[in-house]
Design a protein around this ligand. Structure first.
Ligand code: 5AD
Length: 348
């Protein structure tokens, strides 16, 4: 699959002409990672964020939301639920909250690891190397950091650097995470205002070049309380990618083809845009992971990175039941154990 092939699939008209892409991705998924769908319990640790990303609902300047941070006890309750529910992994995700300190997160990882056999995935944004190293030391297994777009001009525009700091380089951060021994995941949004098909094709090539263990992608969903809330492109005349489920599924399939042994979730953005079928479609276009939400219900609605996020009013039990039902409906099986990425296992 070279750059030109990727462009051709991204630009091919919707309908039967694109089905061979889905079929190929599904076949590669089956061959490399099998029919098991791994379940990850998602815990949204904190919606406090020091960054001001132009697209994200929990950006610093959004004063319309109530901010929260879970206590260690609340997180441990989620971990126990994950074990009860038969999940193999706990994903701790949060904004770039200075209150999620090196020590707090380190202790949290140690507590979870001493009480359970769960794999621990962190998704806490751009942090210092000594924090990443300490968390790995404490037992964290995986780290997710999407590079969002490989177009550095667009990246710098939507991620204003911290005051007095140079623009950040997530590609080199991903390499650092890999060198620390993390199972490393990244990904992009599809349909960022100003993103072209050429940008997106380059993103997909980069998944392969970075040799990722995990890839998470999803359509961009405009959030009205952000500068990109209108979802419109000021610069008319560019070859703008749509933030549709349709386009997102193609990217998911292409990600599976360039990284056959990676773990790839059917992300919440798909389920948000198509509540009926979004998650199942992701699983048919190359995904092998789902991430039911375990965040305590009173905080769910506050982690609104985009509006009307799926599962924002559902209990942990309801999220679990829906996931199992969908897996069964597709004739697939819930994964057992930690569900490490076959790509990572092969390399270690
Ligand atoms: N639409 C879609 N995805 C979003 N994310 C953040 N804001 C939005 C949005 N408005 C995604 C980013 C981030 C992940 C946790 O959520 O890709 O890495």
């Amino acid at each position: 699959m070279n750059y030109q092939d990727i462009i051709r699939w991204l630009k091919c008209p919707p309908g039967p002409e694109v089905y061979p892409l889905r079929d190929r991705a599904d076949q590669i998924r089956q061959q490399y990672v099998g029919d098991a769908v791994h379940l990850r319990g998602l815990v949204e640790l904190s919606n406090i964020c020091s960054r001001n990303c132009l697209y994200c609902g929990i950006r610093r300047d959004n004063q319309a939301i109530t901010r929260y941070r879970l206590t260690a006890d609340e997180v441990l309750d989620c971990a126990r639920k994950a074990v009860d529910f038969g999940f193999g992994t706990l994903v701790l995700q949060g904004g770039e909250d200075p209150g999620l300190s090196k020590d707090f997160i380190g202790e949290l990882i140690s507590l979870i690891k001493s009480e359970t056999n769960l794999a621990v995935t962190l998704s806490l944004g751009e942090r210092k190397v000594d924090e990443w190293a300490a968390w790995r030391e404490a037992g964290a297994d995986r780290y997710l950091l999407r590079f969002e777009t490989s177009n550095s001009q667009l990246f710098n525009y939507i991620h204003p650097p911290r005051d007095g700091h140079a623009p950040c380089d997530r590609i080199s951060m991903l390499k650092t995470l890999q060198s620390l021994g993390y199972e490393t995941g990244s990904g992009v949004m599809i349909g960022i205002p100003g993103q072209t098909y050429e940008d997106l094709a380059r993103d997909i090539e980069l998944f392969g070049e970075l040799s990722l263990d995990m890839i998470g992608v999803g359509p961009f969903i405009p959030h009205p309380q952000t500068p990109l809330g209108a979802g419109q492109v000021s610069d008319a005349g560019i070859d703008q990618v749509p933030g549709s489920v349709e386009m997102g599924l193609r990217v998911l399939a292409l990600a599976r083809i360039v990284c056959p042994g990676a773990n790839i979730p059917s992300t919440t953005a798909f389920a948000t845009l198509d509540r009926q079928a979004g998650r199942e479609m992701g699983l048919c276009w190359g995904a092998n992971v789902v991430m039911p939400n375990l965040t305590p219900l009173q905080y769910r609605k506050l982690y609104e990175i985009y509006p009307s996020k799926a599962a924002s009013t559902e209990t942990a039990e309801e999220s679990r039941d829906a996931a199992f039902r969908q897996i069964e409906h597709l004739g697939r099986t819930p994964g057992s154990g930690r569900g490490d990425s076959p790509h990572h296992l092969q390399q270690t």
